[in-house]
Write a new protein. Structure first.
Length: 499
């Protein structure tokens, strides 16, 4: 790994304990579902943030809830940490293995259990791919709204863990807004139902708490999601501009008018050029910025909004304004945007994807500062935005083979995230914290908030066995990072520092 990610050095899993665990797991699971050899373990050494790598001692692949319950009970008895893993497409190091713990792979939980056309719900296992839900619901003219760019591969369990978004989250919300119920297993093997299918559930909103908890509270085994009717009409506009500022002003005009597009995505010139070279989707490569604005609803509603949006865009010095002629062209234009991350990978040996969110009014300020830092660090940046809600995805291009360049890239990424907080935003919009942003959590929150986070963790997982060391920093770490005021020279609630 590129840096000392964890607050305390990790002691590798004792070999005698490892062998005992393997024996117990092989009594529970088929031999091929207990991975223990180097060649089998290597594919699990990182998630999508591949700059951090660590080979796990054991990977287990259960396929029933009862097996998950027993695995967690065994780990609890031996006090061995567990990192739950979905498809491994996460971008924050949330599924990074531990040298002293196991990886619990949920890939075999890949069944769509039921689709209720009348209730407009689907009951799915966590290993079901995001896109597969909409594919299965299509026969009923229904679909699942949240659509991360990795939806062809990412799984719904990982979406819950990270509270993922996507290009249509502006209108339809994040994962938490589209899930009714989650069944999950605690570290002591108890199966608990969070939420419910009724309009309102009494008690604390533990369903909301589970979303974005990054596998630190429980392991999801079943999810009930909302399905929406396919809109009668969908129109996609592509607008290009000779400056990012003008594109940002056009975005602000659309949102300020009261129109909430289904999606409003923006890219700057480096990202446009990369996406066009990759997807051949018809993007104007001479533009400094472009955005895709999708409107959906009834025929009448969409036509009225289309006229309004066209007028607003023309008032902001648009250089190219194009409306997709049909569904084929609409999907091609979206292909360019959804291919932006892999497309940018063609420009450089490596890239580092940042995920921060800012108030839209500060877009030009933040972009200007990033451009200055890009020059200072000698690192190119390509920008992709969920423009409607201010979620930025700067892609820092670098070469890990050049000594010190990864470290400078991480430093630049940290400064960008801290700038997001400075202007009133947040260090993550949808990718989670994991290990990547754990230091910036010390900038986002104060000691009182972080103490409460640890108290919640302690209530679910008193021995800190579920994905320990991720997402929530220790107060000691924050003090070392220099971003946290420590009261009277002492850390409050030192008993929580083991997390």
């Amino acid at each position: 790994m590129s840096q000392a990610l964890f607050s305390e050095p990790q002691t590798p899993l004792d070999e005698s304990v490892r062998q005992q665990l393997i024996r117990e797991f092989e009594q529970l699971l088929p031999a091929e579902s207990v991975l223990k050899d180097d060649a089998d373990l290597l594919p699990y050494e990182s998630d999508g943030l591949a700059v951090y790598r660590q080979k796990p001692p054991i990977v287990v692949l259960p396929e029933t809830t009862e097996q998950v319950q027993r695995i967690l009970t065994i780990c609890n008895e031996h006090k061995v940490p567990v990192v739950a893993r979905g498809a491994g497409t996460g971008l924050s190091g949330g599924a990074l293995p531990l040298v002293n713990g196991i990886v619990l792979g949920m890939a075999k939980f890949n069944q769509i259990i039921d689709i209720d056309e009348q209730a407009r719900t689907a009951i799915v296992q966590p290993g079901v791919r995001n896109l597969a839900i909409s594919e299965a619901a299509s026969d009923y003219d229904l679909y699942y709204a949240p659509d991360p760019s990795s939806q062809i591969a990412c799984t719904i369990g990982g979406n819950v863990a990270e509270n993922s978004g996507g290009v249509h989250c502006l209108k339809y919300g994040l994962t938490v807004h589209n899930v009714l119920q989650v069944k999950a297993v605690t570290i002591d093997g108890e199966l608990i139902t969070f939420g419910g299918t009724a309009p309102d559930c009494p008690g604390y909103d533990l369903l909301g708490l589970l979303h974005g908890s990054e596998g630190m509270l429980a392991v999801t085994v079943e999810i009930t999601v909302k399905l929406l009717p396919k809109p009668t009409s969908t129109k996609l506009l592509m607008a290009a501009f000779d400056s990012v500022q003008k594109a940002g002003d056009a975005v602000a005009s659309i949102i300020g008018s009261g129109i909430i597009p289904a999606g409003l995505e923006m890219m700057d010139k480096p990202a446009i050029i990369a996406a066009e070279a990759f997807a051949k989707c018809g993007y104007p490569t001479d533009a400094e910025a472009l955005f895709l604005c999708e409107l959906d609803g009834s025929e009448e509603e969409v036509e009225a909004q289309l006229k309004s949006v066209e007028a607003l865009i023309k008032d902001n010095d648009v250089t190219t304004l194009h409306i997709a002629a049909d569904e084929t062209e609409r999907m091609l234009l979206w292909k360019g945007r959804k291919s932006a991350f892999p497309a940018v990978g063609r420009l450089s040996p490596d890239y580092y994807c940042i995920d921060g969110t800012i108030p839209r009014r500060h877009l030009s300020t933040v972009l200007q500062r990033m451009n200055e830092w890009s020059n200072d660090y000698g690192l190119r940046i390509a920008n992709v935005f969920h423009a409607g809600d201010g979620n930025l995805h700067p892609l820092i291009l670098f070469d890990a083979n050049i000594e010190g360049e990864l470290e400078r890239t991480e430093e630049l990424g940290g400064k960008i995230l801290e700038l997001c907080v400075e202007v009133g935003g947040t260090i993550t919009g949808e990718h989670g914290v994991g290990m990547e942003k754990i230091n910036q959590m010390c900038v986002q929150f104060g000691s009182d908030e972080i103490t409460q986070f640890h108290a919640v963790k302690n209530a679910f997982d008193p021995d800190a066995l579920l994905n320990p060391g991720k997402a929530i920093p220790t107060l000691n770490r924050c003090a070392e990072f220099g971003a946290l005021h420590v009261h009277h020279g002492e850390l409050p609630h030192p008993e929580l520092e083991r997390f």
